[in-house]
Write a protein that binds this ligand. Sequence first.
Ligand code: ZN
Length: 298
Amino acid sequence: MLTRRHLFTGSGAFAALAALPALAHDKLRVLATFSILANFVRNVGGDRVDVAALVGPNSDAHVYAPAPADARKVADAKVVITNGLGFEGWMNRLVRASGSKAMIIVATTGISVRRAAGGHGHGDADPHAWQSAANASVYVANIRDGLVTADPAGADAYQAHAAAYLARLDALDAEVKQAVATIPADRRRVISTHDAFGYFQQAYGIEFIAPQSVSTETEPSARDVARIITQIKREKIPAVFLENITDPRLMQRIAQETGARIGGKLYSDALTEANGEAPTYIEMMRHNIRQIATALMI
Ligand code: ZN
């Protein structure tokens, strides 16, 4: 006797299912460690991927403490995308604990690593490589190649999406350079909270000075803060900036003590929610250079 079950496993039913659009659970499940990487993945993966970020909008990945639910997300992912360069110090343990078999893509592979000025000679690797649009192109190429390997059937789509997005990143790079060119050369100097804009400085020639190091794990010392205050006064640095992932009080105090203005908020290590000022990487970079240019032109 034919049961309901038999009907649904017949070849006719399979053909009907195959004609349906891809369901969420058919998509390539990709987990990015933080919001900026997830945005790159969305641009390359399009509707073939289902992407989530462990560290969400306006959150600090340096000091993130994974929750038990995060281990499940890692275990469920087919592809995991990390920044590397010590940015997500908690990630290796989380991957081990999850028992994940996911393919791991380190998005900074092949990048020319900046070393931050440090007390131990060589300095720590600066993980904030995405702060130059040219580096973002390296991230995108690594993500594209990883997705092609993980899901060869999507190769054409990933190649096409990546090519279109890489063209937009090239245009963004040129746009930032043009904006910097409008700022008088002797004013291209700003203060941010933590040392997150070293690659931006290398790429675009705006000098960033920060009381806090390349990681937010250690608080700036009183000596570091005093040194910055002296420098701002001596060099008449016009503006200091808040960051979306750090406590604003330090910068407010520095502004008060030096007379420098608060030039606005920069997005360093995380995007905003969709209705915020920097919901995508490209909008983040545009917002940042607009804030900087406006503050330095006054
Ligand atoms: Zn950072």
